[in-house]
Design a protein around this ligand. Structure first.
Ligand SMILES: [Zn+2]
Length: 365
């Protein structure tokens, strides 16, 4: 028996809500987190048809990339498409969870899936975010060092790229005078004490600060735990917008067009003039990605493939880099497969269904 909140936890561990954009609303949008999951329907968008599909297929949880609720509601009467979707979901006790820009921003999210579909190798985050990492410095008695480190790692500190349990330490002398009211672990009140301590440094994602500080205080034997927290300017290479990598082999413009159509299963797309060179290095951003054109150029991409480009934005292409707009739906539809993979790995005890509803509102004639 799995509760809806457990499914939410797994997806939020994969794509932490702290990584969503400020305008976003990625969370459990509607439904009882304590309800038992009967089945999950995964989709790019949650439309009325998708809610009906969930009901028909016995799923009481819809996991969508795009949130249904963006703006606060003042009433819920069915006067807008959003309200009609919510009413129908409420009537049928179907919960809706959205995992949006947080899934865009993790290195194994929407853009990694798009790269996988396009055969782009070793993709890296195109525009890594800064100020998402914090460094903790703390001072511990020698005999407590391993216990404190273990607790910090357990709480999520010290993971850098493919390396876990990372820390740095240096040994020195700590000096302190406890007040008459103090209850010191070492020494006695009003007497200056010197003791050999380790200074430990670890790095962690800033959003984990509360759990890490709780773990530190629990594992540390001092009454007052000396520590410093520093927000780092460093880029977090694992979090940010877009990705860039290389095709297995360089393609001519003609071959690239065929490749994109075949891999994304589309018959047409918009693009600027192709560069006069083979296409190998490709930047991508699922959904609206015009804000990354400059970064794609800086990353020496031969092509930047994204969606929702406006006429004037196409002029920002250069002789070295073409712009490709495959359509918003087309660039993100495989996010469904990503949800499917995450959930089937974690929950073998209920069905995860890929929605068969084509939610793309855009038609080509
Ligand atoms: Zn989107």
């Amino acid at each position: 028996m799995t509760k809806i909140k457990e499914v939410v936890q797994v997806l939020e561990r994969y794509a932490p809500p702290a990584y969503q954009e400020s305008y976003d609303n990625a969370l459990l949008q509607i439904g009882d987190p304590e309800a038992t999951v009967t089945g999950v329907l995964v989709t790019l968008d949650c439309t009325l048809e998708v809610v009906q599909e969930a009901v028909d297929r016995g799923c009481n949880l819809i996991v969508a990339h795009h949130p249904v609720i963006f703006k606060p509601l003042k009433s819920l009467t069915g006067k807008t498409p959003v309200e009609r979707i919510l009413l129908k979901a409420l009537q049928h006790q179907v919960a809706i969870f959205a995992c949006h820009t947080n899934l865009d921003h993790v290195h194994n999210g929407v853009n990694a899936k798009l790269c996988e579909k396009l055969g782009i190798q070793n993709p890296k985050v195109l525009s890594p975010k800064t100020q998402l990492l914090t460094k903790l410095e703390t001072y511990v008695p020698l005999e407590d060092t391993e216990k404190v480190l273990e607790a910090l790692h357990q709480a999520g500190a010290g993971q850098i790229g493919e390396y876990t349990d990372c820390s740095f330490r240096i040994t020195g002398t700590g000096r302190f005078t406890p007040s008459p009211q103090a209850n010191p672990h070492i020494g006695e009140p009003c007497k200056t004490e010197e003791t050999i301590e380790n200074k430990i440094e670890v790095i962690f994602p800033t959003f984990k600060q509360n759990q890490i500080m709780r773990a530190l205080r629990k594992a540390h034997s001092y009454e007052e735990v000396a520590h410093y927290l520093v927000t780092l300017q460093n880029e977090n290479q694992e979090v940010g917008a877009g990705m860039v990598g290389e095709l297995e082999e360089a393609l001519s413009a003609e071959e690239f067009v065929r490749h994109v159509k075949e891999k994304l299963q589309i018959s047409t797309f918009r693009h600027t003039a192709w560069p006069q060179k083979p296409i190998k290095r490709v930047a991508v951003c699922g959904g609206a990605g015009s804000f990354l054109i400059r970064q794609a150029k800086a990353a020496s991409a031969d092509v930047f493939l994204t969606a929702d480009l406006k006429y004037h934005e196409f002029f920002e292409a250069s002789s070295q880099m073409a712009l490709v707009d495959v359509g918003h739906y087309e660039s993100e539809v495989y996010t469904k497969e990503l949800f499917y993979d995450i959930l089937t790995k974690s929950f073998p005890n209920f069905a995860v269904d890929l929605s068969y509803t084509d939610t793309n509102p855009v038609r080509h004639s």
